[in-house]
Design a protein around this ligand. Structure first.
Ligand code: FES
Length: 145
């Protein structure tokens, strides 16, 4: 299987790995097929700008590389801009993924959506977008307090 240099770089030196205590939004998604899990933590300022984010995953190399790139891409963006960062954008930034690994990149996109929805809910605001379907039922609730 051929991985680009960027994928290898983000896989061997992933950025933004870790957890954030008192994050403003947490999103967790799982992929039922491979059993991998991804959790994203966001710190959001009063202007809805993502000032920090970290991720934790029990996932394959492609899931690690895409989460690393995705967290780099959403940092400094508003939550609304971050919602535009789809897995296709992340895969392009990584100079491609082997087709059988593209589903792994969806985990990061979905976890970001759940984390943003969690942030909006915690701040008492409506969530004006659809959340992707997920087979996993722990979208960060256990981190809420
Ligand atoms: S194989 Fe499960 S996320 Fe890649």
């Amino acid at each position: 299987m051929q991985y680009s240099e960027k994928v290898m770089d983000h896989f061997t030196h992933p950025r933004n790995v870790g957890e954030i205590d008192n994050a403003d939004g947490v999103g967790t998604v799982g992929n039922a097929k491979c059993g991998d899990i991804m959790r994203i933590y966001l710190v959001v300022d009063e202007n809805d700008v993502i000032v920090d984010c970290k991720f934790k995953t029990f996932g394959c190399g492609a899931a690690i590389a895409t989460s690393s790139m995705a967290t780099e891409l959403i940092k400094g963006k508003t939550i609304w801009e971050a919602l535009e960062i789809t897995n296709a954008v992340v895969v392009e930034a990584l100079e491609g993924l082997p087709p059988v690994k593209v589903h792994c990149s969806v985990l990061a996109e979905d976890a970001i959506k759940y984390a943003i929805a969690d942030y909006l809910k915690r701040s008492g605001r409506p969530v004006p977008f659809e959340l992707p379907e997920d087979d996993d039922d722990h979208h960060g609730e256990e981190d809420e307090d």
